[in-house]
Every structure is written in C-alpha cells, then in structure tokens.
Design a protein around this ligand. Structure first.
Ligand code: PAF
Length: 293
C-alpha cells in the first residue's frame, strides 16, 4: 500500500492508475477503523481495480460541544489494517492540505449546504454537521477523482445527501451503498462504540432489536412507528429508573421515504427507512432498518 499525505502525490498516483486503465474506487473515512470500514474496502475491491481510502478527521463536521478532540486517532493501526486488506493507496492529509485557503487563526467554513433535509433528524441534533460533511466529501472527490465512492448504509441521511450532491456536482461518479456491518449482538459497528462501557454496550445492543421488532410489526406505517417508539422509550426509561443501568435518551425515531427522506403518509407504499438516534451515557448512536410497505 502506498501512503500519501499531499494532494499532489495523490493526484499523481490516481492519474497513473487511470492511465493503466484501472477503475478507481474511493472509501473516505475518519479512521478508527473497524470491520465495517474493511467491508467497504472489500466491496470497493469487487467493484474496481484501484482502491483509495482516506483518513481525515474533519473539523468542519463537528459541533463546538462534540467529540472532535477526543475522536479516536489511530493512524498507525488503521494503516496496518488497510494494508492487510490490500488497499492500494491511503490518503492521510493534514487539515491544511484539505482546506488550503485557511490562514492561521482563520476558521474553515463550509462551502456546501445540505438544505432542509440536512436540518432534520441528525441535522437537528447536530446543526451544521451535514454542511461540513458535504464540504469535505466534495473536496475529497475533487482531489481523488474516483469513478465510484462507497458509503455505509448506517449513516443513511449522510448517504442520501452525498448521493444528491453527486448527481448535481459530480456527474459520472457512482455512489455505492454498503450494508451495515453488525456485531454478533446486532449493534451496528461504529468508531464511537469504543466510547461505550460494558453496561452501555448492553443497552446499545437493544437498539437494533427494537428496530427489528418494529419492522416485523410493520402491518402499517403507524404500527411500525408505534412499536419502535414503545421499544425505544422502554429502553430509555429503563436507564432512567434503574440506578445500575446507564442513562439512555431517545433523540428521535422516524420513518422516511428512502428516495426522498420525507416523512411517510399512512398510505405510503414503497421502500422506507426507520431511523433512530439514541444517546447512551455521552455517546450518540444512530441506526436504521429498511421496511417495505
Ligand atoms: O462517515 C464518515 O466517516 C464521515 O462523515 C466521512 C464521510 C468520512 C466524511 O468525513
């Protein structure tokens, strides 16, 4: 695996791969890699001939009170994992390389706007998050110039917004959705799982169980939502009532049309996503499940 930190060297390597007739796949990450990320690399390898991964903890997508400073940074171990997976190239840029216009003391500003869908659900809880996320993803697309880019289904709202941006600004770039990888107990893999204590982890495992119960009860839009709400509120209440259980707070549970991210009418037919965010202790976890009505 080649590791580069400069945009210039990255462009040279990608141009050489393309000149050799290779299709280039891109897997952007913020590091702290787990099996979920490696599944994205594997999918990229099935779909392309030259796989670029990036590791960049993007300051623009963290709010002031969020975990930017404590976000796990494990570059050496991550590089080792990517190399063992036969990734072709790792791009691990500095903040200056990604946002070169910044002068000292000046703060980077998002150059992309996620619009109304970027202001609901995750966007409501994390104002500005999706503008910052789209800004860095667009910048990375410009630098890497991939033919395809792979994103995990767990971050469904992120994936929706990236797809929409790609259609508008990166014609010809194929965005590929990779299925969520789960632990044996069902918890969706996430770099933030590393923050969970054992008891918090036990509670977190119940999130996917609640989503599955809601999907199985989905005789109607209302029935699915009601089951999900009941299950998730019970999980949160349990945490509040019992002093031995970690505190859990249900932020939202929502059913949206997978094609538009708009809330569903009761008579909706088609592919929907049941989305949830739960804060367990200090850790915010999201997950989702597909439901066909
Ligand atoms: O999903 C992530 O890890 C990040 O949001 C991404 C897409 C790498 C942009 O920083």
């Amino acid at each position: 695996m080649i590791t580069v930190t400069s945009a210039k060297e990255l462009a040279k390597q990608v141009a050489a791969a393309k000149a050799a007739g290779k299709k280039v796949a891109f897997v952007p990450t913020m590091g702290a890699l787990h099996e979920g990320h490696l599944s994205l690399i594997k999918l990229a390898q099935q779909k392309a001939d030259f796989v670029v991964a990036s590791i960049f903890v993007n300051p623009l997508q963290f709010g002031k009170n969020e975990d930017f400073d404590r976000y796990p940074r494990t570059l050496e171990a991550d590089a080792q994992k990517l190399s063992s997976q036969n990734t072709d190239l790792l791009f691990a840029p500095s903040v200056d390389e990604i946002y070169p216009a910044l002068t000292e003391g000046e703060e980077a500003k998002p150059t992309k706007q996620a619009g109304p869908i970027g202001a609901v659900l995750e966007g409501a809880a994390r104002p500005g998050h999706f503008d910052g996320m789209l800004t860095v993803v667009a910048r990375l697309f410009e630098l890497v110039q991939p033919n395809i880019a792979i994103f995990g289904a767990k971050d469904a709202q992120q994936l929706f917004l990236i797809r929409r941006m790609a259609v508008a600004d990166f014609p010809g770039l194929e965005i590929v959705e990779a299925p969520t990888v789960r632990e044996l107990g069902g918890l969706a893999m996430s770099s933030r799982n590393a923050y969970l204590s054992e008891s918090e982890h036990d509670v977190a495992e119940k999130i996917f169980r609640a989503l599955r119960l809601a999907r199985d009860a989905a005789s109607s839009v209302n029935a699915a939502l009601q089951t999900a709400q009941e299950q998730l509120l019970a999980l949160a209440e349990n945490g509040t009532r019992s002093s031995s259980s970690p505190e859990a707070k249900l932020d939202y549970v929502s059913l949206v049309d997978a094609e538009t991210f708009e809330p569903l009418d009761e008579d909706f037919h088609g592919r929907a996503l049941l989305l949830v965010a739960v804060v367990i202790g200090k850790t915010r976890l999201i997950d989702n499940i597909e439901i066909i009505f």
